[in-house]
Structures are given as C-alpha cells and as structure tokens.
Ligand binder design. Structure first.
Ligand code: NIG
Ligand code: FE
Length: 401
C-alpha cells in the first residue's frame, strides 16, 4: 500500500541520507510531494514528477517538515507545581529541591494515573508536531516507582531513560540516620547503581544523571553512569543547568550522546563538545520558566558544536510540550536563525538520540512529518503561541485526527 502526499507548498527534508553529519541543508523543495510505503519515505521530489500511488492525500499547499524529535522530556510524574511557578515569577528562585513535591505525588499515583498523564502529554506533543519523544523516570526515586515509571514509558516510546539520580530523596537526607549528609547521599548512590539500576534496565535504553549544584557531583555522576554503561545502557547527562561543576568534561569522557542544558559553559567546555560526538541539547523552556539566562547558542554553533533543541517538558522547570514555543525562544532569546532552530529540533534531536532513521525525510527514513498551516516554517517563531501544526504523521499515519 503506497500513499502519495501531494500538493505540498514547500517541503523541508533535511536533505540527508542519515549518515552525512556535516550537512545542515534544510533540503527545501517547493511544489513537492512525498510517497510513503510501509511507513517509510519511498520517494520525495517535485510533485510534477511524482510516481503513481495506491491513494492520494492533498496537503493543500501547506508546509511540511520532518516531525520534531524531542530528545529530552520528563513525562513520568503526577501532580503539578503551578504554585511554585507563580511564586517564582514573583521573585522566588529555582532550585533542584522542588523536585521532591513531584516525587511525593508520583509515588502515590497508580500505574493507571501515571499512564493517563503520559498519554495526555503525548497527545499534546503530537498536536505540536513531535513524532519521537524521549522520556525519563526520575520522580520515583525508589526502586518500585522508578521501575514502574519506566515500564509504563516503554509501552509508548523506545527512548526511555533511567534518571534515578535526579536528586537525593528526602529519606536519604536524614543525617541522624546516616551519620552525615554525605553518607546519606553515598547510600542513595549505592541504591541507584545496584537494586534500582537492575530493576530499571529491562525497561530503559539510556541512563542520565542530574550533575549540578544541589543534585550529584561529578564523581557520583561518573560512578552512576559507568554502572549504567556496564549494565548495557547508553549515557546522557543533565549538565551545567544551575552551575558549572564540570559535567561537560564528564559527558565527553564517557561519550554521552548528549549533554543537556549547557547554560553555564567555559571555552574549554565548548572546545571539548566541538571535538566530541556529544550533542549539546538546549532547553530554552527551562530558562523561560525559571527566568534564567539562556545558553550561548551562537558561541556553540560558531565553534561547530551540534545542537539539539528539546522541550524538557516537566512539571517543575519547563511545563511545555510545544516544540514551536522552544523554537520561538531559540530564535528570539538565543539568536539562532529559524533554519538553525528547525534543524536542531529535528535532525539535532535525532543525533542526540543517535538515530539515523528519523529527523529527516530522505528515502528510507520513517515517514514522520508535521504539516504547518503557514507559508513557511519561519512562522513557527514569527507567530509565537499559535499552534500552526494542522496534522502530524508518524510512519505515514495521522496521529492528530
Ligand atoms: O531538566 N534539571 C533537572 N531536572 C528537570 C527539572 C525537574 C524539576 O524541577 O522537576 C530539568 O529542568
Ligand atoms: Fe531535564
């Protein structure tokens, strides 16, 4: 069964065969068409040259882009933190500690409640043009809740990340019980590396650590990531969101697929990233919602670092599922061009997940694309707060209708 998606105003394919890391060409083709067969792109080009297909869908001269690849989200949680956001907007500062509110709600939630919340967010993501998402655990922080969070997530995405090392939970902060704050943290690191990792591994592809002030230091992060690698998981890391404690050097040392946040970087960090296989994932929704300074995207791009843009969707620091909003922030606040932002939200995300089959619409790629009801992808940033995505297709099937 083949389908011809016809009458595309302008199509952006990212013009790659999935292996050419150097090219940043958006691959614009106007008056275009795509043929999909077995969920994959079978043909792409000018509509006038399109081959016949079993059925046809008319896209009415709209714009088509590869589906967004959201390589960083925290969707396994219950409750929200609207009051915390409100207080922050009135002057209170953000700290890693707010996570404990969500941990308490998540532990209490049933599997059905966690899955319903996940499905609600997936529907939002589809409506915003996201076709692949990663999600982390990290709001359970005990063996049972981390493992059930990941088991539920794995029913909905192959990109699941074990983030038992999000923060040290309350019950390990009792220095009377452990002898000192450090001893409590050490005991928690031990739990993460052993029982929690074993329970998480069957449901996870990635391991992540929040390596930052108020969370885990570089030595703890190295120990945890290495344990994950030994168990067969691939590493990624929350690095330098609140402060630079050396997480970028660790990311490069361990060949993390991605170092995420990158808000505070030295020139050496930027050099290290530029000479590595580690993508810098920028999460401007977090800077927006915590009213923090944005990372220096221009400096990273000029140094040759590969950048991904992701939502960081989570109830604390970035409660958005809109990639278009992140693109608007990247353009307005981080001085990325609309083309750079589009590339980073598609191919960049795919590279952050080390995937060749998504993020572009070359022949053989998964037929994952978003239809924009506007004359150009630039409108994603130019018309902030307006959802211009009219349809989203995953493997050639509409997921928004
Ligand atoms: O990516 N940085 C750590 N984790 C999340 C925030 C989690 C929270 O505040 O609930 C982030 O921003
Ligand atoms: Fe995060």
């Amino acid at each position: 069964m083949s389908t011809l998606f016809n009458n595309i105003g302008c199509l952006f394919t990212n013009n790659q065969d999935g292996t050419d890391a150097a090219s940043r060409d958006l691959g614009e083709i106007c008056d275009a068409a795509i043929v999909v067969e077995d969920g994959k792109v079978a043909w792409v080009g000018e509509a006038k040259n399109a081959p016949a297909a079993d059925e046809q869908i008319d896209l009415n001269n709209q714009t088509v882009i590869p589906g967004f690849v959201d390589s960083h989200a925290h969707l396994m949680f219950a409750g929200d933190r609207a009051e915390e956001f409100s207080a922050r907007m009135q002057g209170q500062s953000y700290s890693a500690g707010g996570i404990k509110t969500t941990v308490a709600a998540t532990r209490k939630a049933t599997d059905a409640q966690l899955e319903a919340n996940l499905e609600r967010l997936i529907a939002e993501m589809h409506a915003s043009g996201i076709t692949t998402f990663e999600t982390k655990s990290g709001y359970g922080l005990d063996v049972e809740t981390e493992s059930r969070s990941l088991a539920i997530a794995a029913k909905h995405t192959s990109e699941t990340t074990f983030l038992g090392a999000h923060v040290v939970p309350q019950e390990f902060r009792d220095s009377a019980k452990f002898g000192s704050v450090e001893a409590g943290a050490d005991a928690y690191v031990d739990l993460v590396k052993n029982a929690m990792l074993s329970a998480a591994t069957p449901h996870a592809k990635w391991i992540d650590v929040f390596c930052d002030r108020g969370a885990f230091n570089v030595d703890q992060a190295r120990e945890i990531l290495q344990a994950g690698i030994n168990a067969g998981l691939a590493p990624r890391i929350h690095a330098n969101q609140l402060e630079n404690i050396g997480a970028i050097q660790l990311a490069v040392e361990l060949d993390c697929a991605s170092a995420d946040h990158c808000t505070h970087l030295t020139n050496q960090d930027i050099d290290a990233l530029a000479n590595s296989n580690t993508v810098a994932t920028l999460l401007p929704g977090a800077e927006f919602s915590t009213r923090s300074k944005y990372p220096d995207a221009r400096k990273l791009i000029d140094a040759g670092v590969t950048i991904a843009l992701a939502t960081d969707c989570n109830p604390g620091s970035s409660y958005t599922s809109s990639m278009a909003f992140c693109i608007a922030l990247a353009v307005r606040e981080m001085h990325m061009s609309p083309a750079e932002a589009l590339w980073s939200a598609t191919m960049g995300g795919a590279k952050a997940l080390r995937r060749n089959d998504i993020g572009h619409l070359s022949v053989g790629a998964s037929a994952d694309f978003a239809v924009i009801n506007a004359p150009s992808y630039i409108h994603l940033a130019y018309r902030p707060g307006v959802n211009l995505i009219s349809e989203t297709y995953i493997a050639g099937r509409a997921v928004t209708k």
